[in-house]
Design a protein around this ligand. Structure first.
Ligand code: BES
Ligand code: ZN
Ligand code: ZN
Length: 448
């Protein structure tokens, strides 16, 4: 249980710093803890001023190994923190993140009696901040469970049910789920082409939150929801197929973001469109060199069935523009292996067709402390994706050079004139084979 300024627990975790006058028993190694039972205190020693990242890492490790009911003295951490480092929020977020019970179907479960964590924070807005973090982290953890659930259990219909269940009864929030017939009626040809090899129906989950009815601005969040990416006829080799249950992470994150914002009663109009299907092989699966008409009418030559994310997203973007009348777009997807090569596992690649819209997003990451790096979309990337004599676009150009940028350029072809941000989370959506719920905190920060 995680509490705020509640009944005192017997032990307290307290931060101490190099310059403090210290009990000689305290181990003076940074990030080390010493339990001194006479003081009923676990001392955490730090040799320099704390920042958001250091505190986050420390608290996550502490919570994962801790067996005691404890108070965490947030104020002691704040005393030794760098200016504007938001360590109070960092502690709250990390406690909720680390305390979450990770998905498991082990039949021999450890006897997991979770200790009580009582956060001590002497601040007039402590309660308000705590409630906000609680909502946000509940939905981060919900997204992580969706991500971690194996692909035989988290298929499009199940994903849609889970979202519907989670969104039920929240004011000003509506859920609509399109089944295959409705997707056909909407002429979402690209989504249907990816779905063709699957024996399971696709779904489009549409969440609409109206928190500011007098405003005409409406943001659309689009998420890639490939519940398993085998590659299709361009079948992935075994080692590259590992972790492809996480290919629905974008969908999990955008849906969870909307639910969090609705629970927070954010003053914004914002919708999510999640395009869900498996990408599989089989007698009905789409063949390479097929040409498919998208929902917005452009024709696409499918030169690589493993570049399926951009296909389902293109129709998702068109749906958001044409059917929901969104004025601005942010889309999240585990889109390219190339972004892993470029940025590794810590930074999300951000692409934008509009500098102001990018800046708003970048500002939000200053508060969320999620790491991003802006990547280019240039004329040559558009050119590469238009290089096919018999269709408007190809979904994969042969060179693979600048693979993340050409993918982004393809998506830009569908945003009409709307300000658009594309988040390539292929590197950051999971960590050590566990979902992270990455970018939800940033999106929450941006729109709360
Ligand atoms: N889902 C993958 C991208 C991916 C790769 C995510 C590694 C996470 C880890 C995506 O659908 C894909 O296969 N992309 C291809 C595109 C190529 C065929 C143009 C890729 O990156 O190789
Ligand atoms: Zn793929
Ligand atoms: Zn994929």
């Amino acid at each position: 249980m995680i509490l705020l300024n509640d009944k005192n627990q017997e032990l307290t975790l307290k931060a101490v710093f190099k310059e403090d006058e210290l009990n000689p028993l305290i181990i003076k190694e940074s990030n080390r803890t010493t339990l001194i039972s006479e003081d009923k205190t676990i001392y955490a020693y730090f040799d320099k001023a704390l920042d958001f990242k250091t505190v986050t890492k420390f608290i996550c490790n502490f919570i994962k190994t801790n067996k005691y009911n404890v108070n965490i003295d947030i104020d002691s951490f704040k005393k030794g923190a760098q200016e504007n480092s938001c360590v109070g929020r960092a502690i709250m977020e990390s406690v909720f993140y680390a305390d979450y019970e990770e998905f498991s179907l082990k039949t021999t479960k450890k006897n997991n009696v979770k200790p009580t964590i009582n956060l001590l924070h002497n601040c007039s807005r402590a309660q308000e901040k705590f409630e906000e973090v609680k909502i946000k982290m509940e939905l981060v953890n919900f997204a992580r469970t969706l991500q971690d659930t194996p692909p035989n259990l988290m298929y499009p219909e199940m994903f849609a049910n889970k979202i519907k269940e989670m969104a039920a009864g929240i004011p000003n929030l509506t859920v609509k789920i399109l089944d295959k017939k409705e997707i056909e009626q909407e002429k979402m040809g690209l989504l249907l082409a990816v779905n063709a090899g699957s024996n399971l129906e696709p779904r489009v989950v549409v969440l609409e939150y109206k928190g500011n009815p007098s405003n005409t601005e409406k943001v659309g969040l689009i998420g890639k929801g490939i519940t398993f990416d085998s590659g299709g006829y361009n079948l992935k080799p075994s080692n590259a197929m590992v972790g492809m249950k996480f290919d629905m992470s974008g969908a999990a994150i955008v849906c969870s973001t909307i639910i969090a914002l609705a629970k927070q009663k954010a003053n914004v109009n914002i919708s999510a469109v999640a395009c869900l299907t498996e990408n599989r092989i089989g007698g009905k699966a789409t063949l390479t060199e097929s040409i498919i008409t998208s929902m917005n009418g452009k024709t696409v030559q499918i030169d690589n069935t493993d570049a399926e994310g951009r296909l389902v997203l293109a129709d998702g973007i068109t749906y958001a523009i044409r059917k929901l009348n969104v004025t601005k777009l942010i889309e999240a997807s585990t889109l390219t292996g190339a972004i892993l090569v470029a940025l590794g596992k810590t930074m999300t690649g951000v692409f934008a067709n509009n500098d102001e819209w990018y800046q708003e997003f970048a500002n939000a990451t200053e508060h969320s402390h999620e790491e991003i790096w802006r990547m280019p979309i240039k004329a040559e990337h558009f050119e590469a994706m238009r290089k096919t004599p018999i269709a408007d676009l190809t979904n994969a150009e042969p060179s693979r050079f600048a693979g993340s940028s050409t993918a982004a350029a393809f998506l830009c072809e569908f945003v009409e004139d709307k300000p658009y941000i594309h988040l390539d989370i292929a590197g950051t959506a999971d960590d050590n084979n566990r979902g992270t719920g990455v970018m939800l905190k940033t999106l929450f920060e941006m729109f709360k």
